[in-house]
Design a protein around this ligand. Structure first.
Ligand code: F6P
Ligand code: MG
Length: 444
């Protein structure tokens, strides 16, 4: 199709996609294998010989997967017969058609986004084919560890937000605006803390994020935070009955650990300031890209926060639990979020989810992978508009809060990318830069 940039792929030798498929993905698989092996005794205690057998079988499937990846074997259809198996296999056929019949869909030749997502789904297949340990989250240890290592930063953040909430009624609109921007920035920079970019290495937040916001400002390449603010304000209009209609913000979550806390704190502020009345969180239905939030991580994080031995932290946790009980907050995990589709496919391939998002006044997309899916993970010219790269994905006003960790970035000023590249050749993948990039559908 004319006008659509090609997908990023490990086929481009020397690209970040190439490096990822060649080195980073095998490293992640090796860690997964080690984790399962290290937990052998636990599986034995829980399931006896069956647990040991499952551990062996799973490891053998994962070693086979790693070998297929490293030798660029064809990507195979899934065999586990779960709810999403068919749509994964249909997607594989679609890739095959796009590529033509001469070459099979394979790790180094096919789109990076697809093969990387497929790897996480294959890890799940290996577990699901071995029932006693099917529900074991191979990334859990890393996620909980990164949460605990960020304790000081979490405490600082909860102390700050509880302080703001205490006097929220007396704050002027301007003061509310300033706190809003701060917490939006904290949530943005929280995205630095994912465990996928470091292949599972420590990546926690050690210092209070609030102190570094000013010094980080020059690293924000696109800052549409004003438009996010005005979207929230204009959503406050009275409905037909003259009564204010509830304002709803959806957050498409990314990573557990510190980043999730920053998202919960922002959501708490949106509700307690009256900027929003309902928050819908969207997470993953199985472990994904090492550190992404699952339902279990979401619950666990709130329980840990409310049980913390720190007054402001536990106060925050109690409040969050309350929001969930009252239905002010809710959590969903639609299977589409753990599929390889770019978001421009959503209206056709997951119309129910698209319709759900249409009910929001604002959708916040956290993190790098969501940005890759928003823009189709394509080699766009950097000056192409965000609206062009979205290719019709427009369920509601939306904003990406992302630190750059992949070779895709649109919506820059002419010359901006060239200047960055001359200062910092790795600007797109080093995680040092960020965007707050907003889009609103025409009719809004
Ligand atoms: O390549 C970097 C990477 O591991 C990508 O696979 C992925 O886009 C990203 O990091 C994960 O980052 P995030 O958690 O911000 O989506
Ligand atoms: Mg992630």
């Amino acid at each position: 199709v004319t006008g659509v940039a090609p997908s990023l792929s490990a086929g481009v030798v020397g690209s970040f996609a190439y490096f990822t498929v060649k080195d980073r993905l095998p490293t992640i698989l090796t860690k997964v294998i080690d984790t399962i092996h290290r937990n052998k005794n636990k599986f034995f205690e829980e399931y006896g010989e069956k647990g040991i057998e499952a551990e062996k079988q799973t490891i053998s499937l994962l070693s086979k997967l790693r070998n297929e990846l490293q030798t660029d074997k064809p990507v195979l259809a899934l065999t586990d017969g779960l709810q999403d198996t068919q749509s994964w296999n249909q997607y594989l056929q679609r890739q095959q058609i796009l590529q033509g019949d001469q070459e099979s869909v394979s790790w180094f030749k096919s789109p990076w986004l697809y093969v990387e997502c497929y790897m996480y789904r294959k890890i799940q297949e290996a577990l699901w084919l071995n029932p006693p340990i099917s529900d074991y989250d191979v990334f859990n240890e890393g996620k909980t560890q990164s949460f605990f290592e960020s304790q000081k930063a979490v405490m600082a953040l909860c102390t700050y937000v509880e302080g703001v909430k205490k006097c929220i009624k007396e704050l002027s609109r301007n003061q509310i605006f300033e706190h809003f921007i701060k917490l939006l920035l904290v949530s943005l920079w929280g995205n630095k803390c994912d465990l996928s970019i470091s292949a599972g290495q420590d990546n926690s937040q050690k210092t209070s994020p609030l102190d570094s916001l000013n010094s980080l400002q020059p690293f924000i390449l696109v800052d549409d935070s004003n438009m996010v603010w005005s979207t929230l304000l204009s959503a406050q209009r009275p409905g037909q009955s003259g009564k204010a209609t509830p304002v709803r913000v959806d957050m498409v979550l990314d990573n557990a650990g510190f980043e999730l806390v920053t998202d919960l704190v922002l959501a708490d502020f949106l509700v307690s300031s009256g900027l929003a009345n309902e928050i819908h969180f969207h997470g993953k239905s199985f472990p994904w890209f090492v550190s992404d939030v699952t339902a279990n991580d979401f619950q666990w994080t709130i329980r840990q926060t409310l049980a913390a031995n720190h007054m402001w932290m536990s106060k925050s946790g109690v409040k969050w639990q309350g929001y969930l009980k009252e239905g002010v907050w809710c959590y969903h995990d639609h299977p589409f979020w753990t599929q390889p589709h770019e978001f421009s496919d959503m209206a056709a391939d997951a119309p129910d989810l698209y319709a759900t998002l249409q009910g929001a006044d604002l959708v916040l997309f956290k993190g790098d992978l969501n940005y890759r899916k928003l823009t189709g993970d394509r080699d766009w010219d950097h000056t192409v508009g965000f609206d062009t790269a979205l290719r019709g994905f427009a369920p509601a006003p939306l904003c990406s809060l992302r630190t750059l960790k992949a070779n895709v970035q649109v919506g820059l000023q002419p010359g901006q990318a060239e200047k960055l590249a001359s200062q910092d050749p790795d600007w797109m993948t080093c995680g040092k830069y960020a965007v707050i990039q907003f889009y609103t559908p025409e009719s809004e």
